[in-house]
Each structure stands twice: as structure tokens, then as C-alpha cells.
Design a protein around this ligand. Structure first.
Ligand code: APR
Ligand code: ZN
Length: 230
């Protein structure tokens, strides 16, 4: 086997790096109201609260390290004869810091900033403030380059092309609660791809997967990669 592998990751792959998840017992959406901090309307209402929320997550991420699961996926990209495409819902940079290449961040990235007025993007400072001006048009309309609920995820055309040509689709550390990502497994099945779910516990879409590996990502992902690379 050396066909194209498409991997979708979620917050569960970064959980053991200490970044927490969204929908687990102590997840972010149990501490914050996502409508206040992860929607364009929330940003409109209270940009200071939203920028502080992402400043805290950016600091969290800076203090975290990639784990054995991130590093195993980088090894797979290195050692696999075919293409290995990593699509992540995560906005942290732990895949890159774990050695992965060309990671597709469909929900944006904590370390990027966006001007809500002119669409300019640049590397985000450690902390963002409401009065920050856009380096290009000087409008005080800067926001994290994160895809909020109700907005269109990035790179969807490219992701659909990758799924249309994949031989194996693997979902790691995602609850299968948020679309379009939760529907990728159906696109993969439609082209006859093998489907694998690696998760701490069954996701909401587990029934769509042929093969499941349950347990912590830092154990199961290196085991699964080791099996593939022989
Ligand atoms: N190893 C493997 N899986 C884990 C681990 C772990 N150590 N810890 C938790 N998980 C699993 C949980 O069982 C759960 O299925 O990770 C998943 C995390 O699910 P969510 O918190 O819903 O995170 P995610 O699926 O990435 O959320 C998708 O929702 O809020 C939006 O934009 C946000 O990208 C996010 C999207
Ligand atoms: Zn601008």
C-alpha cells in the first residue's frame, strides 16, 4: 500500500500537550460561551473579550510542546511512499513544531492576524488589542485569523480534491460534532477509501469508520504509524 493518506485532526491530538479540548468534561466550551468568543457577532459585540480569549489561548500554545502523536504524523509524512496530507481543525502550531509539513489549517491559526476591513493577513503578535491598527490600511479592525462559527472554513476546495484522491482517510482526536470536517469520512467512503478513527472514545461519526483505535493519541497514533511504516 502506498496510496495517498488524508489525515484530519482535532483538539484531541493536542490534549496531551496540555491545550485542552472543546467538548470534553473540562473543555473550553464548558468554560466560555462560544457565542461570545467564537462568532463574528460576539466579536462585534465585545472585541476586547474575544481578543483576550485568543491571547490566553496563544499564551497556552506558546507554553505547550508537540507530543508523540504530532511527531508520529511527521514521521509518516517522511517515511510513507505516497502523499500524506494533514488537515487540522486545530489553530495551534503543534503539528508544525512536531515536524509536519504543509499542514492545512481549515479553521485558521492562532499565530496569524487578519484585518476585518481590508482582508490583510500577517503574523499575529503575542497579544492583540482592540486599538491595534492594521499594518496595511491602518483600520482599528484587527482580529485573530480564526474561522468562527458561521464562517466558511479555509481551503475547502483543496481538501475536497485531496479526499477525492485518497486511499486512506484517518480522523484523529475529533468528536465529529462540527461540519464540514465531520462529513469528510463520507467523502472518503464515496471514493472507496479505507477509513480509520483514532480517538480516546468513539466519536459521533464512529459508525462511518471501518477501523477504530481507541486510546490516548500519544499511544495509538505512534502505534498506528509504526504498523503502516512496518
Ligand atoms: N487522545 C485522543 N483523543 C482525545 C484525547 C486524547 N488524549 N483527549 C480527548 N480526545 C478526543 C475526545 O474524545 C473528543 O472526541 O478528542 C475529541 C475532542 O473533541 P472536541 O473537543 O469537540 O474538539 P474538535 O473535534 O477538534 O472540535 C472541532 O469545534 O469548536 C470548534 O473550531 C472548533 O476546531 C474545533 C471544532
Ligand atoms: Zn486592513
Amino acid at each position: 500500500m502506498s496510496g495517498k493518506i488524508v489525515i484530519l485532526t482535532g483538539a484531541g491530538i493536542s490534549a496531551e500537550s496540555g491545550l485542552g479540548t472543546f467538548r470534553d468534561v473540562d473543555g473550553l466550551w464548558t468554560q466560555y460561551d462560544l457565542n461570545e468568543v467564537a462568532t463574528p457577532e460576539g466579536f462585534e459585540r465585545n472585541p476586547k473579550l474575544v481578543l483576550e480569549f485568543y491571547n490566553a489561548r496563544r499564551a497556552n500554545c506558546l507554553g505547550a510542546a508537540p507530543n508523540a502523536a504530532h511527531e508520529a504524523l511527521a514521521r509518516l509524512q517522511e517515511g510513507w511512499a505516497g502523499e500524506v496530507v494533514i488537515v487540522t481543525q486545530n489553530v495551534d502550531d503543534l503539528h508544525e513544531r512536531g515536524g509536519a509539513r504543509d499542514v492545512i489549517h481549515m479553521h485558521g491559526q492562532l499565530d496569524r492576524a487578519l484585518c476585518a476591513d481590508c482582508g490583510h493577513r500577517w503574523d499575529a503578535p503575542k497579544e492583540m488589542f482592540v486599538e491595534d491598527a492594521c499594518p496595511k490600511c491602518s483600520a482599528p479592525a484587527t482580529r485573530p485569523d480564526i474561522v468562527w462559527f458561521g464562517e466558511i472554513p479555509y481551503a475547502m476546495d483543496g481538501i475536497m480534491d485531496h479526499l477525492a484522491g485518497c486511499e486512506t482517510f484517518v480522523a484523529i482526536g475529533t468528536s465529529g460534532e462540527v461540519y464540514p470536517a465531520a462529513g469528510f469520512v463520507h467523502q472518503a467512503r464515496a471514493v472507496g477509501a479505507r477509513t480509520v478513527e483514532i480517538n480516546l472514545e468513539p466519536s459521533s461519526v464512529v459508525s462511518a469508520f471501518e477501523e477504530t483505535w481507541f486510546g490516548p493519541a500519544t499511544e495509538k497514533v505512534p502505534e498506528w504509524v509504526g504498523r503502516l511504516l512496518g
